[in-house]
Design a protein around this ligand. Structure first.
Ligand code: GLV
Ligand code: MN
Ligand code: MN
Length: 411
């Protein structure tokens, strides 16, 4: 029997592993991540799974099928959070999947395929500025250059892995081969308002929007805020302000495009000093890759022009990009059927947020089930879901798992 009360309690329990007093921040390879991962490994074992911490810091569990060593249906989501986060983004998917396996093992039921659940150590990319590190490793597309990335205290990912008790040289062992994973299915809160507006508890995802991320550095000249006349200044922050507005204008140019400057740092950062150097990030997302690529090109050229006009030096780095990840029609059909069997209207919708499935798409077909969240709010302590909706999501996921027909086996 699925226990939705336990799903909610476990989301609460993981939320206590936080570096932010009174709130939730849990970044990749932190002591809080270790504690949360240990909890999850324990719950996987309680659910009858074999479970271990893998070489990239994921919690990885396996429930064998009727035949040991069979290919698996992979389920999962992430255990890291943004800063001052909610308690469901990521964690709900991992905990709900464990609940589904718990229900199977309580009935001693084995399926013709294995089930693997992964609580990915990094999806949000908060600590090292590069996302999907856990799922990239599993998909065999982890770029070892990321090991040299530094966190804000100057520690490299490689050192952080060592401090976590892991050996970076073993990361390739985490990767699965095509054929070992029959499909990847992820339950996640919607992080948008559509399901709530339509009075629906769940929705079936059609595709995950692609994203591009840039880091821009503008360099002008610091100087005295009282003595340097306005016309002689090279103020990097005033230039950055124009760039922020140009980004917004480009993004507003198409209904399906979004663009965000989410981080900005001005140096030296004093009330009476003209800012000499500014770093800011740009995040652009769209449901079509050409639309996103054109927007990024337009933003880059606006930034170059603004910098030139203001005599600022300008450096634009491509931090990351990921194309649109379509969910597989055969899996969406099976998820639709599970939704209908559980008595809910079938609604398909795209995902504006990024998810681990983007990386898993390198080795297998993917699908996702969205669960309604209050006000569509996420990446905020206000993130909230009802126990009834957690129950609806777990019921549909469980139904999907038990009726899952791998494409190869049914053909
Ligand atoms: C991850 O949550 C993202 O979409 O940025
Ligand atoms: Mn998130
Ligand atoms: Mn997420």
């Amino acid at each position: 029997m699925l226990d939705p009360g336990r799903i909610m309690e476990r989301c609460d329990a993981l939320a206590r592993h936080s570096e932010l007093p009174g709130g939730l921040t849990r970044v990749f390879l932190s002591p809080q991540a270790r504690a949360a991962t240990d909890n999850v490994l324990g719950w996987m074992r309680e659910a009858g799974m074999q479970a271990k911490l893998d070489a990239i810091g994921n919690a990885a569990g396996r429930y064998e099928g009727e035949r040991a060593g069979a290919p698996c249906l992979m389920l999962g989501s992430h255990l890291d959070t943004v800063r001052d986060a909610g308690r469901y983004d990521g964690m709900l998917g991992v905990i709900s999947a464990i609940e589904c396996v718990h229900a199977l093992s309580a009935r001693k039921k084995r399926l013709p395929f294995a089930i693997e659940i992964i609580g990915f150590g990094d999806e949000e990319g908060v600590r090292f500025g590069t996302t999907l590190l856990g799922s990239r490793a599993v998909a065999g597309i982890f770029d070892s250059k990321a090991l040299h990335a530094l966190d804000s205290s100057g520690q490299s990912m490689s050192t952080a892995l060592n401090e976590f008790g892991l050996d970076p040289n073993r990361i390739p062992e985490v990767s699965r081969k095509k054929g070992q994973v029959l499909a990847y299915a992820e339950l996640h809160i919607e992080q948008g308002p559509v399901l709530e507006a339509e009075g629906l508890p769940v929705g079936v995802v059609t595709a995950i929007n692609g994203f591009s991320r840039l880091r821009v550095t503008l360099r002008g000249a610091a100087g005295h805020a009282g003595t340097v006349p306005m016309k002689l200044r090279r103020d990097a922050l005033a230039g950055a302000a124009e760039c922020v507005l140009a980004t917004e204008k480009v993004a507003k140019g198409h209904a399906e495009l979004v663009g965000t400057v989410g981080r900005i740092e001005a140096k030296p950062g004093a009330i009476n000093v003209i800012p000499g150097e500014v770093m800011f990030t740009v995040d652009v997302r769209a449901p079509q890759d050409p639309l996103r690529n054109d927007a990024v090109a337009a933003i880059r050229s606006h930034i170059d022009k603004i910098a030139k006009d203001r005599k600022l030096d300008c450096e634009i780095e491509n931090l990351q990009e990921f194309g649109v990840s379509a969910c597989a029609p055969w899996l969406m059909d099976q998820m639709d059927k599970a939704v209908a069997r559980q008595g809910f209207p079938v609604r398909r919708l795209p995902s504006g947020a990024g998810h681990d499935g983007m990386a898993l798409g390198a080795i297998t077909d993917i699908c996702m089930l969205f669960v309604r969240c209050k006000g569509g709010i996420s990446h905020s302590p206000l993130e909230s879901i009802t126990q009834a909706d957690a129950a609806a999501g777990a019921r549909v996921l469980s139904d999907f798992i038990e009726h899952f027909e791998p494409r190869g086996l049914s053909a």
